[in-house]
Design a protein around this ligand. Sequence first.
Ligand SMILES: C[S@@+](CC[C@H](N)C(=O)[O-])C[C@H]1O[C@@H](n2cnc3c(N)ncnc32)[C@H](O)[C@@H]1O
Length: 443
Amino acid sequence: MNVGDTYKVNIDSFDVNGYGVCHLDKKVVFVQGAMEGEELIIEITSIHKNYLFAKIKRILKKSNDRIESLCPYYKYCGGCDMLHMSYDCELKIKENSVRQTLRKLDYKLNPIVKSDNIYGYRNKIMIPFKRDLEDDVIYGFYEKMSHDVISIDKCIISNDISNEIVSLISRYLSLFHISIYDENTNKGIFREVMVRNTSKDEYMVVLVVTQKYDFSGLIELLTKEYKQIKSIYLNINDKKTNVILTNNYELLYGSEVIIENILDLDFNVSFNSFMQINHDQCEKLYDIAISKANLDKSMNVIDAYCGMGSITLNIAKRVNHVYGIEVVDEAIINANNNKILNNISNATFICGKCEDEIKKLVNLEKIDCIFFDPPRKGCDIEFLDTVIKMKIPKIVYISCNIATANRDIEILEKNGYKLLDVTPVDMFPRTMHVETICVLTKK
Ligand SMILES: C[S@@+](CC[C@H](N)C(=O)[O-])C[C@H]1O[C@@H](n2cnc3c(N)ncnc32)[C@H](O)[C@@H]1O
């Protein structure tokens, strides 16, 4: 068998990432874009010891769940994975991916919480700019497994006005022949645009450049055209790096933050705050997570990996005291401002790594419940060890990566905890990612 060989196959199932799965020569074959039940001609694209990857050459028998993608860039763009299937099918795959990943554990799996909007839901868009071979200004997303930018007009899972703002900026850059950054030579000025918006219809624009530049004409145009823009920043990054936003920035227009409302509390959002990217699903996620914890006014709670305090302050309303721990100092500044903004006095925010800071709480107070919402890599083992030593009766683990959550939950299960209840929440429709709430109690 060689790369480039073609085969006629039947797709037996989906894997946890939504790839179609079949078997050839006792090896598992992952076929991107293939659907369960389809008969296909596939072409082998890479060969590994126990598995292969392949792409579809021709569909001989189509699944009833296959739909026409609404995005013309779907085949090339690395962003969405599930635009070729019905939303019901996508939800089944996501629910199954959680079930499969947690298969060694015994617990109650609740139905996935679906999103009312499956397009236009993203409240943050980050788009690199380039010049193409004809020297035209283009913007778009990185192609799958590459660093080439595919030129797009709009991203259908992102907010419509954010898409329009990016398009207007592109036309301006083109009209005024503004120098665009070239990562091969590390030369040029304009790199990327970030636009974020809130459910209160406030927009923030961040222009990422390699050096200071006078954008007064662009600011005038943007703010005249879009009254919703409340804040514009210049962010300077002259390094050849994938980390785009730096701490070298300047407010060019309006206010430092925009305001988001989550479950009736207001939050200051700065350009580098972590905020869940689907507002309506975020409210459902927090609401379910908090209600699963059965909080009451006698309880002391920790919210680990708390970001700008959006879960912490919603917990505060229901408990005696809550401690939020977060490593990014600007997020803690935001969290403290958000505490004042909402007139909350029973929350303490601690800046530092959860694995270090939680140790300082061990002898301070009896903790009744802990929430974790770590990044994709999951929790640090030192942090889990301290949670285990503290014998905290209840854990609510919110995860954006069920594989690392499974690893952490297995550690907790071996050390006196029991996973009771799991609820997947579809925070990122049309992509393979899923958010999950896992509730554990001390045995
Ligand atoms: C998935 S976000 C959750 C934020 C918040 N709970 C929310 O819903 O908006 C994870 C957060 O953990 C923070 N973080 C990452 N590693 C950390 C660590 N070792 N200790 C404390 N915070 C950390 C990140 O800066 C980020 O704000």
